[in-house]
Design a binder for this molecule. Sequence first.
Ligand code: GNR
Ligand code: NI
Length: 180
Amino acid sequence: MALKPIITLPDRRLRLKSEPVAAVDDEVRKLMDDMLETMYDAPGIGLAAIQIAVPKRVMVIDLARREDEQAPADPLFIANPEILWASEEESSYEEGCLSIPDYREEVFRPARIRFGFLDRQGKRQEMEADGLLATCVQHEIDHLNGVLFIDHISRLKRDRVLKKFNKSAKRVGDQPSAAG
Ligand code: GNR
Ligand code: NI
């Protein structure tokens, strides 16, 4: 396994639409393993392949270590996910994203979903999710479509975030300033 750098705003690759995998072969399993190691290291509860600059429809999720870093791993390996059903009812979570460091905001999404995917063995699965898992799956599927959680918040807040990240990108190598 290998740790990979996580790309962050304003990297334009975060806006790419990722391509489905033809099959879950050894190369895709290696990608999944690298993603999982990178996600645990961050730490995060989900990671889409584009966050390590690979435009494939692959993601990993593990909610088990959210509160206790020492808890046993319980990873979900997901390729080519598709939302099959989403509830009318919505719920909100304060979301964050490893590609938008140090920013969190409340996002409303369908509270429950049913989704299909290929697992680590390439076997087709269907799952229902609610709570944080439903949110996380939708957040990661958004990444595969070039969508970020800030696209679901008010334009005012989004523009503020984008401006901050555009500024800090131009200032790489500069001294930090009070203006941020
Ligand atoms: O680690 C993460 N936490 C999180 C919290 C609330 C809603 C979504 C997430 S996903 C995020 C990791 C990430 O950026 N995945 O793409
Ligand atoms: Ni994210």
